[in-house]
Design a protein around this ligand. Structure first.
Ligand code: MOS
Length: 737
């Protein structure tokens, strides 16, 4: 029987989703359900002087209007969040820290009544001076242990960068900037809060971490975590923004006050600024090299912004510490406080904007050296992690450069800018390196064989739409010798064994390892049951001699001799056999540096008269350990690359600096690529066996496609036009000016 892992199995949940039968958070309708609509602040900083809610309260069907004036005081301070939590805006004082901050909620019998009533709430503010621009305040240091997104030291230094620069034959130093970007998952944030009395709570919530949500809600509401049940079986994307934000707590508070279930779904404009975002980055990269391309100095200094009341850092300089052998190397991160909501993790936080700046700088250095960009990277290839002074658990970046370059036809490139042309189209080819660290957290899973010979496996984890159900089913099928049709995998529920958040590309590595080990433990148990049962045809057989296919155990060399799980279960009168696995990262974390790597190649066409830019093709070649399912993996890589097109050419949250408000808070004006913007994209990968990284040898693929992609496109635009735009997105006005 062919192993299922490695097969391009279609999403197990695909049919349900296409048929509209996958129940998303907002599609839960408990009895007596009420509808909540938020009221958001319209100023970026100040105090609420008054809120006139009388008209809203008179709307037929309105049940309550909750504001800072009448909201219940929460038993536990929400001011000491952990690194992945944010300080929330849950009506505990009258302060406004950012525009589009929740400042009130209307709950009504219908969504229409709540929406209309929310529009009638009149707010008077005392405004204070504010600043939303990254570049107008002085950046400062921060304590990396106390910030979200941090953890790594904020600065690093090895060798002597100044001396290295002084001795360089070629050098560059430039500032690269990326804009404020907003996650826009198709499914908006949604919470349905159902209380049973005042102590027990069930939440249908769209979250990347059911256990994280349970913990945080319990802390803030002063509940025992066991009394909070979080359910989240399907998500329509997350990208880092689906954690516990203010509206979750607001729905919970309103439901407790009314003693009725409350549904709160964010609308698109409300999602801009109040649920995290990728902060603007201002990155200075300086690099110097000897005439043969050897890097003699590399410096990468990043400034990003956080809110006035909470701290999150986008660690964009981390990549420059370890991607290249550069004996003289320094990096830093500093923060600016702005009167905005707090930023958060957004797909490849740090590495995404960081690889944009670093890999554009490397391209500029290649031109300064008159050297091929791939050759420059190979010249400075790091065989070991130069930052941590450790070997990589595996690294196949060299193979990625080769695979990508061959597929793209890189050797046909003429290096001179503006040298490739077709009619009125200037053609440019650019490349960049991708990478993302391999994370892993403690995770558990339970596997059960049922009397009918099918398996039921549970772990609390989430499926962001990426294929978690599918890969877990495949791994279980292989571990137990079943077909995928004989396996049911369930997730998204705190009633199941505890797992980490689905973030940091760690779900396969963490929960996949647990599911794999639970499956193996169950197989061991079942095989032992057979060989120790005197009525079994396999009695006293040696366990190593047994193979299992389609749920039938048999001798490897005599396949006639055997029996099915089902037959054995029935004979032994067993309803269910169960095995549990708990697994966590170990010593390997200290011995090795663990990363997935890749190389991206892009072709652009730029209209010589109009400056209109089209990405015409892209090739990404990745090495990310074992690929569990080529179909869902390819989709993840390509999704990341599409987001790279978006970052390079389209995406930008526009803040009006005079009003401190976001002006394009909708999908008409917040530009993302549409089909016409997305050309033929190829995602390829190198077979990579990594025996150190985790029990299943996977590295995580959710984020890497989003790294390096924007740099490859920006470099291609320079190659096409001879014009270097160092401020994303690269729009035609920048190209023409
Ligand atoms: Mo991701 S930014 O780790 O959800």
């Amino acid at each position: 029987m062919k192993e299922s892992v490695g097969q391009p199995l279609s999403r197990i949940d695909g049919r349900l989703k296409v048929a509209g039968r996958a129940t998303y958070s907002a599609e839960n309708f408990p009895k007596n359900l009420t509808q909540a609509v938020l009221v958001m602040s319209t100023i970026p900083k100040g105090r609420i002087a008054s809120m006139d809610t009388r008209a809203a309260e008179k709307v037929p069907g309105v049940l309550t209007v909750m504001t800072p004036r009448n909201a219940p005081k929460l038993p536990v301070s929400q001011k000491k969040p952990g690194p992945i939590d944010r300080i929330l805006s849950v009506f505990q004082d009258d302060k406004v820290y950012y525009a589009n901050q929740p400042i009130g909620v209307v709950v009504a019998e219908t969504l229409e009544a709540a929406t209309y009533a929310a529009s009638l709430v009149r707010v008077k503010y005392v405004t204070e001076a504010y600043e939303v621009s990254l570049t107008k305040r002085i950046p400062t240091a921060y304590d990396p242990k106390k910030v979200g997104g941090g953890g790594d030291p904020s600065a690093s230094n090895r060798g002597d960068v100044k001396a290295g620069m002084d001795s360089a034959a070629a050098k560059i130093a430039h500032v690269y900037s990326t804009p404020y970007e907003t996650h826009n998952p198709m499914e908006p944030h949604a919470t349905v809060a159902v209380w049973e009395g005042k102590e027990k709570l069930t939440l249908y919530d769209t979250t990347q971490g059911v256990f994280l949500t349970r913990q945080r809600v319990a802390e803030i509401m002063g509940l025992h975590p066991d009394n909070v049940h979080v359910i989240s079986p399907y998500l329509g994307g997350g990208f880092g923004c689906k954690s516990v934000w203010s509206q979750v707590i607001i729905a919970v508070m309103a439901a407790r006050q009314l003693d009725r279930p409350v549904k709160l779904v964010m609308d698109r404009p409300q999602m801009f600024g109040s649920l995290g975002y990728r902060p603007q980055t201002h990155q200075e990269v300086a690099a110097g090299a000897a005439a043969d391309g050897t890097l003699l100095a590399l410096r990468h200094d990043t400034i990003t912004h956080t809110s006035s009341f909470d701290v999150f850092v986008e660690p964009a300089s981390l990549t420059a510490r370890m991607l290249y052998n550069s004996a003289n190397n320094s990096t830093s991160h500093r923060l600016v406080r702005t009167d905005t909501g707090t930023p958060t993790f957004m797909r490849a936080p740090g590495e995404c904007p960081g690889t944009y700046a670093l890999e554009c700088a490397m391209d500029e250095l290649a031109y300064a050296l008159k050297m091929d960009p791939v050759a420059l990277r190979l010249k400075n290839y790091a065989e070991e992690d130069p930052d941590k002074d450790r070997p990589f658990s595996s690294k196949s970046l060299r193979e990625c450069y080769k695979l990508g370059a061959d597929r793209f036809g890189w050797e046909k490139r003429t290096p001179e800018p503006r040298s490739m042309r077709k009619g009125n189209q200037m053609i440019g080819w650019g490349m960049a390196t991708s990478l993302y660290p391999t994370h892993r957290s403690a995770s558990s899973a339970v596997a059960r064989l049922r009397a009918d010979g099918t398996a039921l496996v549970e772990a609390a984890t989430q499926d962001l739409g990426t294929g978690t159900y599918t890969i877990m089913t495949q791994m279980t099928a292989d571990a137990l010798g079943l077909s995928t049709a004989q396996v049911v995998f369930r997730l998204g529920d705190t009633a199941f064994p505890e797992t980490p958040i689905s973030g940091g590309s760690q779900t396969a590595a963490s929960t996949g390892s647990a599911v794999h080990l639970a499956g193996l433990a169950l197989r061991e148990k079942l095989t032992q049951m057979a060989v120790s049962d005197s009525s079994s045809p396999l009695y006293q057989a040696s366990v190593q001699d047994i193979v299992i296919e389609e749920g039938r155990l048999m001798l490897k060399d005599n396949r006639q001799r055997g029996e099915t799980y089902q037959a054995m279960m029935q004979r032994q009168g067993k309803k269910e056999v169960e095995a549990h696995a708990d697994t966590k990262p170990g010593e390997e974390q200290k011995k090795y540096s663990m990363y997935a790597f890749g190389a991206q190649f892009a072709e652009v066409h730029v209209d010589a008269d109009l400056g209109q830019i089209r990405v015409s093709r892209m090739v990404g070649a990745f090495a990310a350990g074992k690929i569990l399912n080529p179909k869902t993996a390819r989709s993840q890589f390509i999704g990341g690359m599409v987001w790279g097109i978006s970052m390079a050419l389209h995406e930008e949250t526009k803040l009006d600096e005079r009003l401190g408000r976001i002006v394009n808070n909708n999908l008409a004006e917040y530009h993302v690529p549409v089909n016409l913007d997305v050309p033929a994209i190829e995602a390829l990968w190198v077979d990579e066996k990594d025996e150190h990284v985790n029990p299943i040898g996977v590295k995580g693929i959710g984020e890497i496609g989003n790294t390096g992609a924007a740099a490859a496109i920006a470099n291609a635009i320079f190659h096409a036009t001879g014009k270097r735009i160092r401020d994303l997105p690269i729009t035609l006005d920048k190209l023409l000016s």
